[in-house]
Design a protein around this ligand. Structure first.
Ligand code: ADP
Ligand code: MG
Length: 557
């Protein structure tokens, strides 16, 4: 049987594609700039093997020019350009990527920095323009060509004049409609911010002409407008720089510029990992809690870049919940992106990166705890609760890793202590890790139940946070020592029964009376050896302690 090729209503397909792939119009600029950067990169890769070509980095740039009057936006590059045939193949065939082909051709070289791969990004221009003109002169050619299209009506290619090698793309920006405004794409400040957002780390300068006021010649007070070319992008991302060349201020500046927070971060981590996954990351442990941190509104996540181009502003998969306070970014070349480059195709690499990152954060916190206790305690005051949630929710190794990061108040010198510190100074005859729960340290210290333990010279952990006891219950033991609430029935502390039978008998009547009076409120009333200064205390026999019961009954069902 004869095999037939699918035909496509290309007009419709293009329309559908343009309007369905991308969630935001502004990314057209990211796509066109990425193409321009790829085009310059191609000269660079060609020069590696072609001795007649010299690549002088300084002579390559990308220029963005807005003309409000004519409603045009132009993106010009000094890259490799396109021949008539290439214009036809790359811009005339949807989903054909010259860059992907180039990458394959130069696979032996280090060519994987090219951004393009799907062959659709270019058409995103039609989201904001109703006409796109591309004039291009290919490297090694004297003839230039003009490609022109209104998107739905097909395209035309004809020879034209162009003084230099490279490509110039002119968008005729759409007129505003009732629901959509396109004027913003002609506003220099808006264009600048889009470039900053997505393309800040493109390796070549992205220039714009900006008008500034400067003092008029011969006058001290008068100003005159003056146009000058400005480079908008920072080009070299701080995370690709050598750690040794960077100061603490550089990182703090980055933190502030990125609007990660208004505080000064307690600690930064600069990671450059190669192996199963390759990525760079700069992570921060903030000092102060974001105002919405413990609310539903808070969104965790790190910025995700693929090869220096921003893909996602908050990639939540990169952080486990218990480290949701971490701010920062990750850049990787080993991600497979989906066609809109807004999402990831497979999350295998992402999972590897996330796992790796979690490990690094954990060890950073561990060393902070070990070497810079004061800083750690500051951090813990803000985010310790989140770690406890982690202990409560996580399993196995994760839980184990987190338990050593916990701090609790204790009866010892009113200091925060780790479980390890507690256990290491336990007297030999002490069987359990004792704790007491209450709203505040002061309240706990007044609890009658604490007396027996502290009189014995045992240290007592003070649980003042709702989550404390829940987390500890999930741990069950630490270094083989069980946790024991001082209000539980059996404290495991030896006491002598020195009451006579008669005394017991006398008391029994009193207890029965009390029990009857308190029916439904207590299950038993008995004599206790644990009381010192206080006449009475409440204790529990089951798993759920009084404090936990309070919290559980306060929770909405
Ligand atoms: P992709 O970048 O994913 O390959 P695009 O639709 O963005 O897809 O671009 C299609 C192709 O057009 C590119 O692969 C490249 O070969 C070519 N191209 C686009 N813009 C330029 C440019 N400024 N200079 C040279 N070639 C370009
Ligand atoms: Mg592209």
């Amino acid at each position: 049987m004869e095999k037939k090729q699918f035909k496509a209503e290309s007009k419709r397909l293009l329309e559908m594609m343009i309007n369905s792939i991308y969630t935001q119009k502004e990314i057209f600029l990211r796509e066109l700039i990425s193409n321009a950067s790829d085009a310059i990169d191609k000269i660079y890769y060609k020069a590696l093997t072609d001795s007649t070509l010299v690549f002088d980095k300084d002579s390559y740039s990308i220029k963005v020019t807005a003309d409000k009057e004519h409603r045009t936006l132009t993106i010009r590059d000094t890259g490799i350009g396109m021949t008539a045939e290439e214009l036809e193949n790359n811009l005339g065939v949807i989903a054909k990527s010259g860059s992907l082909a180039f990458k394959k051709e130069h696979a032996s070289q280090d060519g994987h920095d090219l951004i393009g791969q799907f062959g659709v990004g270019f058409y995103s221009a039609f989201m904001v323009a109703d006409e796109v003109t591309v004039t291009s002169r290919a490297l090694g050619s004297t003839q230039a060509y003009k490609w022109e299209s209104t998107g739905t009506e097909g395209y035309s290619i004809e020879p034209c004049e162009k003084a230099d090698v490279g490509t110039e793309i002119t968008l005729k920006i759409k007129e505003n409609t009732e629901d959509e405004s396109y004027d913003e794409f002609l506003e220099p400040y808006r264009l600048k911010s889009i470039i900053k957002k997505y393309s800040d780390f493109i390796r070549y300068p992205i220039n714009m002409d900006v008008t500034t006021n400067r003092p008029k010649e011969g006058s001290e007070t008068e100003l005159e407008p003056h146009q000058e070319e400005q480079t908008i992008n920072s080009m070299v991302p701080i995370w690709r720089k050598n750690k040794n060349e960077l100061t603490a201020e550089d990182y703090e500046k980055f933190y502030a510029e990125k609007h990660y927070g208004f505080d000064k971060p307690i600690k930064h981590l600069h990671l450059s990992v190669e192996g199963a996954v390759t990525y760079q990351a700069i992570l921060f442990i903030p000092e102060t809690i974001p105002f919405d941190y413990y609310s539903k509104e808070f969104e965790k996540g790190l910025e995700l870049y693929a090869n220096g181009v921003l893909i996602m502003e908050k990639c939540s998969d990169l952080l486990p919940d218990h480290f949701s306070f971490v701010k920062g970014m990750v850049d990787s070349e080993s991600l497979s992106l989906n066609i809109s480059r807004e999402m990831l195709q497979h999350d295998r690499q992402l999972k590897l990166i996330a796992k790796n990152i979690a490990g690094k954060i954990k060890s950073q916190l561990q060393s902070l705890l070990k070497d810079e206790r004061e800083k750690y305690e500051k951090f813990y005051t803000s985010f310790g609760r989140q770690l406890k949630y982690g202990v409560y929710h996580e399993f196995g190794a994760q839980k184990e890793a987190l338990q050593d990061l916990l701090l609790f108040h204790s009866s010892q010198e009113g200091q925060l202590v780790t479980l390890d510190e507690y256990v290491s100074r336990m007297p030999e005859d002490q069987k359990y890790i004792y704790y007491a729960t209450g709203e505040s340290i002061e309240r706990i210290e007044k609890l009658p139940q604490t007396e027996l333990v502290t009189d014995k010279g045992y240290e007592l952990l003070y649980f003042t946070d709702d989550i404390d006891e829940f987390a500890i219950k999930m741990l069950m033991t630490y270094k083989d020592k069980e946790f024991k609430n001082v209000s539980s029935g059996d404290l495991g502390i030896e006491t002598q029964e020195n009451q006579t039978d008669q005394e017991k008998q006398e008391n029994q009547e009193l207890f029965d009376y009390m029990k009857a009076q308190l029916a439904g409120k207590v299950s038993n009333v008995r004599a206790s050896q644990r009381l010192k200064k206080h006449p009475v205390c409440l204790s529990t026999d089951g798993e759920v302690t009084i404090e936990m019961e309070k919290i559980l009954s306060a929770m909405p069902n």
